[in-house]
Design a protein. Structure first.
Length: 165
């Protein structure tokens, strides 16, 4: 039986929940405060301290990307999309259509959007950096306000359109 480990970190956007195996993070997303359970279950694993330190550095503006053991579960196509998203630098964005073009052509835009929507590692695989062709901040499992906050924090957008928290 595979053990599951959990670690919850308080961030400027709320409680960030990470679940993983002994060796890698499998899922990461924000949770409601009432769902944040003290204790961070499952015992000690190396990625917990690394993740907490790197998240703190990121939110302090001292880190551009994460260097963590990630093991997202998904189809071969989803894996290819997530790999491309990992290479979008902090402070920049890329459109769904540009990613689709890199992955075989414009007809892949909808599957790219579906794969990004299925990203099990919010923030760690920075799908918030993917935007609509017209520059619109479309869809984000963490919420559009969070997406906008992250892009503003990273310097990819200067003037927030939504009222930030």
């Amino acid at each position: 039986m595979n053990e599951t480990f959990q670690h919850i970190v308080d961030t400027p956007l709320g409680w960030f929940n990470m679940m993983g195996s002994k060796s890698a993070i499998l899922e990461a997303h924000w949770i409601a405060e009432e769902d944040a359970v003290v204790g961070n279950g499952g015992g000690i694993v190396p990625w917990k301290r690394m993740a907490e330190d790197q998240l703190r550095e990121y939110f302090q503006g001292k880190r551009d990307s994460f260097s963590l053991p990630l093991l997202p579960r998904g189809t071969e196509f989803q894996q290819a999309v997530w790999k491309r998203v990992l290479h979008i630098p902090k402070g920049t964005t890329k459109t769904y259509s540009a990613l689709a073009q890199e992955l075989g052509g414009p007809e892949r835009a909808r599957p790219v959007g579906t794969a990004i929507g299925a990203n099990p590692l919010l923030l760690l695989i920075p799908c918030h950096r993917v935007i609509g062709s017209d520059g619109a901040l479309t869809g984000y499992a963490g919420g559009l306000r969070s997406k906008e906050w992250l892009l503003h924090h990273e310097g990819a957008i200067q003037q927030p359109q939504l009222r930030l928290f």
